[in-house]
Design a protein around this ligand. Structure first.
Ligand SMILES: [Zn+2]
Length: 144
């Protein structure tokens, strides 16, 4: 088992000035990163997230931080790239991923990677050609 990214470590180590605010009024959004006019940055998190949802949301927002301020707030291209990069970061070990996909349902695969099931689907949706070949080779080996 490889190391899982820890959002609290990432924030403390690389983004100590970013403020985290917990909000009850984010509607359908789990979180958002705000680049404020004074140069400060805040991550807003929905109050009602589970532990694993909060972890995934924070890591998604950290990918936004790494990518830097987008040209426009809620840029759909930036959001799509962030989703893709987050899934790749959270499910980094393809061999482990393949072994889990053979053995378990998606909910259990997600549990083993400490992610929400959506991340499993997002990782599968954005495999590169070589990752796809790697995964198919591994799936065939594990299933044999
Ligand atoms: Zn986002």
């Amino acid at each position: 088992m490889t190391d899982r990214p820890d959002p609290y470590y990432e924030l403390a180590e690389h983004w100590p000035d970013v403020k985290i605010r917990i909000r009850a009024d984010l509607g359908n959004e789990a979180g958002q990163t705000l680049w404020l006019p004074d140069g400060s940055i805040e991550i807003h998190l929905a109050l009602d997230l589970s532990k694993v949802e909060r972890r995934c949301t924070l890591l998604h927002e950290i990918v936004h931080l790494r990518r830097g301020r987008p040209d426009t707030q809620r840029d759909p291209v930036d959001e799509a790239a962030t989703i893709k990069q987050t899934a790749r970061w959270l499910i980094a070990d393809l061999c482990e991923f393949a072994a889990a996909l053979v053995a378990y349902d998606v909910a259990e695969v997600a549990r083993r990677f400490d992610v929400i099931p959506a991340i499993v689907y997002e990782r599968l949706d954005h495999l590169t050609k070589s990752e796809m070949e790697h995964l198919i080779a591994d799936l065939t080996t594990h299933a044999a």
